[in-house]
Design a protein around this ligand. Structure first.
Ligand code: NA7
Length: 635
């Protein structure tokens, strides 16, 4: 019978459960070493010294020696590990000898290794330990180094490159298992010279400032709406400078917290740029590019994240800004052109227009590629209703200085005509690229995903180099999300050092786009579900008006919910889409329902909380196929 055993060595070993890979110690050999043919000790072999010398002989002449007992389940476990690795071992079964000799041999082992119990494992003349130690060495990879005879002690057990969400989470987790951990992080300034502290994209130039600016924009709406609720608010004015100062102060407090967290968790922090010298050695450089020091490590985690892509049209790098810069702009951006139409572009358009700026979005093809297109178009309509102007099917050709402003020339992809306008700010959001070049990976044979600079990893987050792992945006193409990186980083550290076995579950990762009308989703988009399950999809949907927007008719009837159900599985819900207020909070809860395999009936049987937006998912009866208008009734 064949069975496949997947080991963290990045190979699948097919082993036969019937085949005995390991040689049994030959009794004549034992007799030679330990006494007569009936395995009793001769008087000559009775001193501890003689036994130790015989043991040393075994250890010196066999790559793997297991001092074992035939009845010990942990010894069996250890042998099984080597069987699966197809490594021959020499097992000395201590209980094949009279009890007092067994005990004496264990005393000798205790003197030699500090460990009296079996299994007692030696590889390449070095003591490994018992079953737990051998399993741990298998998990953290040192077993392979021992087998290859390259085992060494390094400055650190685990070195994380990149102090973003994934890297920090993994470093702290590894350290919590008593491992010696270091984290290297150095932010290279953007072309506009913006730089930041520890914490990575999410904290400094991503989720955190984005959500706060989104909130600032929503507050503007609330102030407008407040009149309908009896408030008088005179002099509605917004100070960009005040908002940026407060947000940046908050971010600095987070940077400080991350540094003190690392200290508390005893992770050594190097504010340094790391470059591999070999697969166990890094050279560290300071921000001026000067060599600082060399450090060595057993395992490495690549968690360097991504940075914005700069196209090569004239003016792109020197005159345009990106998400690296917008959250710390000292001056208000003024009239802004946003190039790109994915979520960074639309979220930025959303909060800038909400803060009162004149915003134009230049779109090459479609909005929110990869997201449900029905919803993407609804987001476009709502942004337009908020005042965002769209320039569809255009690509930029140049940005030049025009006095205090920037002159943008672009080309229509429909008829080739030229578009010209002036802006105070041009914001690029045309994608992000992994920071995987310039750190010496090319010399180590770390494999990249096909025609990309993203790192290829297996399901254990392991790269093509056994002791080098990668998580987060350097790996993910579609799921560049902080919680994904955190979870992957933590699970990896748990597998390496904490006896964890769990792998990252890519199913049902929820996300939210914080355009003024927020969009939360989990599972399949309608078009992907149709492709994956042809003729098996039923779509339930509903437009609705949140109560809090009813008095002033804000975003009139633009809120929307959609459940994508699989007919062949009793309408299991495989896609959840929500467009409306508090999308993140609502989607988070329903994501659990999808993860647990909820069916449409489960949603129907759930009692709604009234009056809320989320309750629409408990009362959806209109299918898209019916063609009936999907409007919510009253209570
Ligand atoms: P995305 O999601 O990679 O989207 C890039 C957007 O920019 C998309 O709308 C593209 O249009 C557009 N694009 C790409 N190249 C160009 C050029 N040369 N000119 C004009 N427009 C262009 O990037 P984001 O910046 O939003 O980053 C979000 C990332 O974070 C993303 O990778 C997520 O996974 C996480 P297209 O649809 O390709 O025609």
């Amino acid at each position: 019978m064949q069975c496949a055993v997947l080991l963290s060595r990045n190979i699948i070993l097919f082993i036969s459960t019937l085949k005995v890979v390991a040689p049994r110690p030959s009794s004549s050999r034992l007799a030679r070493r330990f006494g007569s043919g009936n395995l009793t000790f001769s008087a000559k072999m009775e001193t501890n010294l003689e036994i130790e010398s015989a043991f040393r002989g075994l250890i010196d002449t066999n790559k793997i020696v297991i001092f074992s007992k035939t009845t010990c389940p942990f010894c069996k476990k250890v042998k099984n590990i080597f069987n699966q690795l197809q490594e021959n071992y020499h097992a000395l079964e201590l209980d094949n000898y009279p009890a007092e000799k067994t005990s004496q041999m264990q005393d000798v082992l205790k003197d030699m290794t500090g460990q009296r119990t079996v299994p007692n494992v030696f590889i390449n003349k070095q003591h490994v330990g018992g079953c737990t130690d051998t399993e741990q060495a298998l998990a953290d990879g040192t077993l392979f180094d021992r087998l290859e005879g390259t085992f060494n002690t390094y400055d650190y057990d685990y070195i994380v490159i990149g102090g973003g969400s994934g890297g920090l989470a993994s470093a702290k987790e590894a350290s919590s298992y008593g491992r010696k951990v270091a984290c290297c992080d150095l932010v290279l300034p953007s072309p506009q010279g913006t730089s930041w502290g520890l914490g990575g994209t999410c904290v400094n130039v991503g989720c955190i400032p984005k959500k706060l600016m989104h909130k600032a924009a929503l507050m503007g709406e609330d102030i407008e709406d407040s009149a309908y609720f009896g408030w008088t608010t005179d002099n509605k004015r917004h100070s960009w400078e005040e908002m940026v100062t407060n947000i940046q102060d908050y971010i600095k407090s987070l940077n400080f917290k991350y540094r003190t967290d690392l200290k508390k968790k005893e992770v050594t922090y190097y504010n340094a740029y790391a470059k591999f010298v070999d697969k166990h050695t890094l050279n560290l450089y300071n921000k001026e590019g000067n060599f600082m020091k060399t450090i060595t490590g057993q395992n490495f985690l690549l968690a360097m994240g991504c940075r914005p892509v700069y196209p090569d049209f004239p003016g792109a790098r020197d005159l345009c800004i990106s998400s690296d810069d917008v959250f710390s702009l000292k001056e208000p951006p003024g009239k802004t052109l946003i190039i790109g139409a994915s979520y960074i572009a639309l979220e930025t358009a959303g909060f800038l227009v909400g803060l009162g700026f004149d915003v134009t979005v230049m779109v090459r093809s479609i909005l929110l590629r990869g997201f449900d297109q029905d919803i993407a178009n609804k987001i476009g309509e709502t942004l337009e209703a908020h005042g965002v102007k769209f320039v569809p099917k255009h690509v930029p050709e140049s940005v030049t200085k025009n006095g205090e402003n920037l002159l943008v020339r672009a080309k229509s992809l429909s008829d080739g005509s030229e578009y010209i306008d002036t802006f105070k700010t041009v914001f690029l959001a045309i994608g992000r690229e992994p920071c995987t070049t310039g750190i010496g990976l090319e010399n180590l044979n770390v494999k990249f995903q096909e025609s990309s600079t993203r790192i290829e990893v297996n399901e254990f987050s392991q790269t093509s180099v056994r002791n080098i792992f990668a998580v987060g945006d350097v790996v993910e193409e579609k799921l560049q999300l902080t919680p994904v990186a955190i979870q992957a980083g933590k699970l990896l550290a748990k597998r390496l050092y904490g006896k964890g076995k769990a792998l990252f579950d890519y199913n049902h990762v929820p996300t939210t786009v914080f355009t003024p009308l927020e969009y939360g989703c989990v599972g399949y988009s309608e078009e992907d579900a149709m492709k994956k399950f042809p003729d098996q999809i039923e779509v339930y949907h509903l437009h609705f008006q949140p109560l809090e927007w009813d008095l002033n008719k804000r975003n009139k009837n633009k809120s929307y919910g959609k459940l994508i159900c699989l007919k062949s599985e009793q309408e299991r819900v495989v896609g959840f889409h929500y467009l409306g207020p508090n999308a993140g909070e609502i989607t988070q809860g329903f994501a659990l329902a999808l993860k647990l395999g909820a069916k449409k009936d489960d949603f129907n049987n759930l009692i709604g909380i009234h009056p809320t937006c989320a309750e629409i998912f408990t009362t959806m009866t209109i299918t898209k196929a019916s063609g009936k208008p999907a409007e919510a009734g009253g209570c």
